[in-house]
Write a protein that binds this ligand. Sequence first.
Ligand SMILES: O=C(O)CCC(=O)C(=O)O
Length: 257
Amino acid sequence: MSHRSKLDSDGTVVIEGLFSASEILALGTALDAVTGGTPQLPEDLRDLLTLERDLAPRQRGEITPEQAGDCVFLVGELQRFAPTFEALITHPKILETLEALFESRDFAFHFMNATVKSAHVGSKVGWHRDWPNKYLCGATSNQVRLMLCIDGMRQGEGALEVVRGSHSISDEQARTAKPRGREWRPDEIATIDCAPGALVALHSKLVHGSGPNRSPRARRNILMQWGGPGCDLVGEAREMRTGWQPIGTLDNTNVTR
Ligand SMILES: O=C(O)CCC(=O)C(=O)O
């Protein structure tokens, strides 16, 4: 089955082993340099971090701000932190995967972050759809999230959970649907279990979330959003390289630097 057919039917595509152990080690080490050295970061980069202790208590659960310490939950605009992250925007394995997912070479970069669920104190993420979203969103739902898994994901350790079939609704329905806080039957939920180096592609209308990580291992993902044909950006937010078309036909002269 093609990546596109699988995305349309299942809402997810998991490509195990797409990135080698050495590539993942390099990305993990670069990420550790960001999250382990936050006081040394210049202020403009420090402003892009969301710390566990600053999350809402309902997201942090039983973990107190003191227990959360300086742990980073989200590194926004990750591509600004090191060339190794920016290089993912033009990485041949990423571009080949996107071409297969969109069945087109006209796709554009939207944004990138690292979602870090630290050992013991990693917070949950509530149920939601990525389209529409209030941060950086396409005019249509023809956008996709990619999660490059640095540590892999395991059930009970903050792995991504998806609601089966929830992407099979129209854009109109998705605009008004409110999945946050809903209860789902256990048989409606699937856990994405994968090894380090896997790339997970997520349909933009698939309801998903993830539980807390209380395990002794971190669960780090590098997340990117890309838009395909017909997915012009709405709203004001832009990151470095937003709008970049690595192999598309549009000119890239107006891309944010
Ligand atoms: O990292 C996760 O578990 C979920 C992230 C996510 O769904 C998001 O950022 O939209």
